[in-house]
Design a protein around this ligand. Structure first.
Ligand code: IMP
Ligand code: MG
Length: 175
C-alpha cells in the first residue's frame, strides 16, 4: 500500500483543512461582492481545490486546465504545453489559479501570461505548497499554504510517476 512506503508526515490533513479555512476567508474578503473563477491545474491541485473552494464564500465558477512541460531541457526555457484548455471565457473575470506546488515557477509564469493574454480582470495564484529554494523565475504568489524544503514531495494530490496522489497528508520520498 502507498501508505506504507512513505514515512514522515510533513503536513497533516487537519493542518491542510485549517489552512483552507484561513486562506478561504482571506480570498472571500479580497473579492467581497465580486465573482471569481477558480482554475485548478490538473491533476495535482484536485484535493486542495476541493478543500479550498468550500471555504470561499463568493459567487464562484470553477474550471480546470492541464499543462505539460516539454521535458527537462526545454522546461528551463519555460516551454509549457496546454493539454486541456479553459472551457469558460475568462475575459474580465477574477481568475484564481489553484496549484499544488510552485517549484521553478515556470508553469505559473506561463499560465499567468496566458490568462493576461485573455484579458482577465485580474489573475491571482493560490498554491498549497511553495518550494522557494527552487525558483528559476520571479513570480508573485498571492496565497500560499505552506513552504516546504527542497525535497520531493508527494501526497494530497502530488505524485511521483502518478502515484501517491491519494495520500491524505503531505510527505516526501527519501532519495
Ligand atoms: P514548476 O513549473 O517547476 O513550478 O513546476 C510545477 C509543477 O511541477 C507542479 O505543478 C508539480 O506538478 C510538479 N512538481 C514540482 N515539485 C514537485 C514535488 O516536489 N513533488 C511532486 N510534483 C512536483
Ligand atoms: Mg502540477
Amino acid at each position: 500500500m502507498a501508505h506504507d512506503v512513505v514515512g514522515t508526515v510533513l503536513i497533516t490533513e487537519e493542518e491542510i483543512k485549517a489552512k483552507a479555512v484561513e486562506l478561504g476567508e482571506v480570498i472571500t474578503k479580497d473579492f467581497e461582492g465580486e465573482e471569481v473563477v477558480l482554475v485548478g491545474i490538473l491533476r495535482g491541485s484536485v484535493p486542495w481545490m476541493a478543500e479550498l473552494m468550500k471555504r470561499i464564500d463568493l459567487d464562484m465558477k470553477i474550471d480546470f486546465m492541464a499543462c505539460s512541460s516539454y521535458g527537462a531541457d526545454t522546461k528551463s526555457s519555460g516551454q509549457v504545453r496546454i493539454v486541456k484548455d479553459l472551457e469558460f471565457d475568462v475575459s474580465g473575470k477574477n481568475v484564481i489559479i489553484v496549484e499544488d506546488i510552485v517549484d521553478s515557477g515556470l508553469t505559473l509564469k506561463y499560465l499567468k501570461g496566458y490568462m493576461e493574454a485573455r484579458s482577465v480582470g485580474c489573475v491571482r495564484i493560490c498554491t498549497l505548497l511553495d518550494k522557494p529554494s527552487r525558483r528559476k523565475v520571479d513570480i508573485h504568489v498571492d496565497y500560499t499554504g505552506f513552504q516546504v524544503e527542497d525535497k520531493f514531495i508527494v501526497g494530497y494530490g502530488l505524485d511521483y510517476d502518478q502515484r501517491y496522489r491519494n495520500l491524505p497528508y503531505i510527505t516526501y520520498l527519501e532519495d
